[in-house]
Ligand binder design. Sequence first.
Ligand SMILES: [Zn+2]
Ligand SMILES: [Zn+2]
Length: 331
Amino acid sequence: MTRKSLGFVPLIWQCSFCNTQNPGPIKSCTSCGAPQPEDVEFLQVDEEKFNFIKDEALVRMAKAGPDIHCPFCGTRNSATDEFCKKCNGDLSWGGKERQAGQRIRTVTEAQSQEQPAAATPKKKKKGVTLIIIFILLAVIVGCAVLLFMSLKTDDVKATVSDVQWERSINIEAYTMIAESAWRDEIPFGADVTRCSSAHRYTSDTYVSGAVEVCGDPYVEDTGTGVGEVVQDCSYEVYDDYCEYTAMDWVVVETVMDSGYNHAAAWPAVDLLTDEREGERTEAYVINFRDGSDTYQFKTPNLQLFEQAQIGSRWILHINQLGAVQSLEPAN
Ligand SMILES: [Zn+2]
Ligand SMILES: [Zn+2]
């Protein structure tokens, strides 16, 4: 999100002794003269619309940074002051900067939140959070148990009872295809048929030509008694999304052969002039028997398959889920 400043608005603070509401930049109560406490909360006066400050000196002061409390007498001084207005103390000697950047409440918000009414929905939220944490924990424990069960193996001696193989070859043809893509991702030589503007991505930072989308403005404490109205904005980038046609190799058929023996062979391929062979796949299944128990092992490894002659004895490493993890001939 990009933080956008819209301008500065007046704030007030309430005297804790006489409850008088004083303007933010005034540093002692206009009614009883009590000094403004260090942890005083500034409040927003404008509720419906922002009454932006036009006084340039006040704006400059707000932009200068948070006020500094004198390390000797506690008096609030402007960020640009070098010596305390009251005691003339050196402010570079550990003067404390006022807190800044926190969101300012309106006078109405501050008054309504002081009444302890909004306690129940918070409690409900806590319950939901606890349930979510519990579910997450259960998922993590479940995954850990599964991982443990798949890693821990037992050894079993078994005999090859039967085998199976399957081999396939893709046949590709050079064909006209219709596709769609962002304009800068269209392959070279393609024929673009139609484009329209579409939302491609949203950026947190400013992008030239993008659509700016901003949230509701709110007021932040500048630490000077003046508030800054800010807005969080993001940028929606639009781009040309196009339909196009192009020539490409496309899988049009898969020829397959299989058998229940060790005579694995590639299927016969009959190609037309605009066709070629594509990807080849091979899969072998070895079935084992140990008394009444049966086990199955699938592999793309032809050498291992040919070694697994019917009736040969093997040591199988079986995990807790009943799957064969690995195997070796039993000699
Ligand atoms: Zn007062
Ligand atoms: Zn001082």
